[in-house]
Design a protein around this ligand. Sequence first.
Ligand code: NAD
Length: 709
Amino acid sequence: MSAVTIELGSDGILVATMDLPGRPMNVVGDALMDGIAAAIERLADPKALGLILTSAKADFCAGGDLDSMSKWTRPEQPFEASMAMKKVLRQLELQGKPVVSAINGHALGGGLEIALACHARIAMADPRLKIGQPEVKLGLLPGGGGTQRLPRLVGIQQALQIMVEGNDMSPQQAQKIGLVADLAADRAELMAKARAWVLAHPAAKQPWDEPRFRFPGGDSRSPAVAQLFTVAPSMASAKSWGNYPAIQHIMSSVFEGGLLDFDSACIVESRYFAACSMSPESRNLIATMWYQLNAIKKGASRPAGVPASKVKKLGILGAGMMGGGIAYVSAKAGIEVVLLDTSAEAAARGKAYSQGLLDKAVTKGRSTPDKRDALLARITPTTDYALLAGCELVIEAVFEDRAIKAEVTKKAEGVLGASATFASNTSTLPITGLAQASVRPKNFIGLHFFSPVDKMPLVEIIVGAQTSDETLAHGFDYVLQIGKTPIVVNDSRGFYTSRVFATYLAEGIAMLKEGVHPRSIEVAGQQAGMPMPPLALQDEVSLSLSLHVFEQTRKDLAAEGKTVVEHPGTSVVRQLCEIGRVGKKAGKGFYDWGPEGRTLWPELTKLYPPAAQQPDQRELIDRLMFAQANEAARCWQEKVLRSVADANIGSIFGWGFAPFQGGALQFIDAMGAKAFVVRARELAAKFGPRFEPAALVVEQAEKGGRFAD
Ligand code: NAD
């Protein structure tokens, strides 16, 4: 079966319908491009007046075929593949008859590039339909002519924004900027409008093939665009710290292409495409943000054999910051929510959190009063446990206190059905211990949300010693139901995310104690690709909370007859807490926090005077990243982690581990265990045994093997 079926209508219009066999979506690869080439050949038929390119699948075309791209090992391969695709697309626009794309679904990446090679684009008016060039998000650039056609169609500035940010547009937005010629209400209208367009434009030509073509807004030589190029690259670098070479490559391709004729510009683009495809950043992003994320979403960590479930009624105990947020995201997903607290006022405050978010959305035009009211009507604030009857799931988000958690668990179980799942949102208390308060520990699980709940994409599911597969599957299904990404980990102190995240903060703080200038520490965090520098982040988390967790851990371990090794950073946290500098919530920590933002506390360098000899930034960056990666490896070794995908996605979505590194374990895989062990040992010799590489990585270095194997 061919990837593109071609039919000549009685009106003389060829319709080429993309429908890649055996794939849920159309993706750009040899099969699809061969099909388009065949359609071009058919256009040579004198009876054919023009061509409509559309798709039989739900999407128009979703992008490049990452499976084949992942096999490239030499830069010639992406270069040649990109040139071959462009050869077909160039023929498509130069063969002399009008071609229009009828965009019936998402047109992304290579899909949009195909549409750009048509003389016009008509799209369904569905605002959920996505149009865009998201390649940059996987460390790539549009290599099918996108960096050349888009600027020539919508102007360099607009095109750069689309490609550098990688965000999708709705068809309405695309029409506004002149990317789409017309919109259609349904499929019949789409095809009718496409036919009419072909018949009305017998001599269609691309603007860039007109002899007097001018870039809209000017080419790279024009003063306005030249000015743009003096600031845009440095602005992008200020944000990305140079960790995303695809951004620079896109800009270079557009800039250089804007000095050249179209065909030469296409060659330049292919060279930059090859550079992106071969980059470790793109390899890491594709491995994690594409393959591993998709595996997670498809349920790789969910026990097979348990039927899929849906929560219709959810109970939430504790209507504070977390409870209020969980109520919002759940009601948004259509779930009835009972939001319980100790007083009617506290419960109402929890619901008011949703009201606040929704009012803002209505003001900004992102929601309507009707939708807001319907969502709010699904949240019932109460103090009455009887209302929990019939809930399939209850999530506890009361104070972080074992006794209170035990009490609410018992009260809730008194009214819940035997099959209901009980989840705790604890951030630090081991789940197996909390489950002791439950009469059915098999139904007990950890669902660790992140703050702010409405923004953070991850939920860490914690499996206690007695948690059943059914309970895990229920928890997993619920997390997907509310549109979040689940990772599954085994029970342990700090679970996975809090435990590894803490090493980033602690390492940064330890540097301060050694006399590293605080500004160097903060810059190192950002150079490393972390979303926030360590000292500022510790202020956000609050120093008193971290100290409390540390003291609790010390007490718990002492009760087990164990001693805890204090991280060198802890004494700094203790000292600042003693003088009331507990973090952002107090307006003071490592920084002074004011309405204007944060500034480093001037006295900090008096308390911790910077050494005369400051270390190399590379060493600081390595310390911050090795501390995290090594702790993640230990979590793997101790079987806290159950899959590499969970480790990598959990690190990026949970605490913002540098995405271009592909996650905490991919960091080691990409570097290679041997190199990791050598550097980790150097750091251990200089800064302490916490850097001694995890035994498993040492074994990988000696015998071969990677986490992802
Ligand atoms: P919070 O103080 O904002 O809210 C706790 C709520 O629980 C309050 O409204 C309180 O009135 C209510 N509550 C206390 N005792 C109760 C009882 N017996 N019955 C019913 N309600 C009761 O706290 P939070 O930040 O929302 O944290 C809640 C839980 O979530 C804690 O276990 C915390 O460790 C965990 N958590 C917090 C974060 C975070 O960033 N804040 C992140 C992940 C997990």
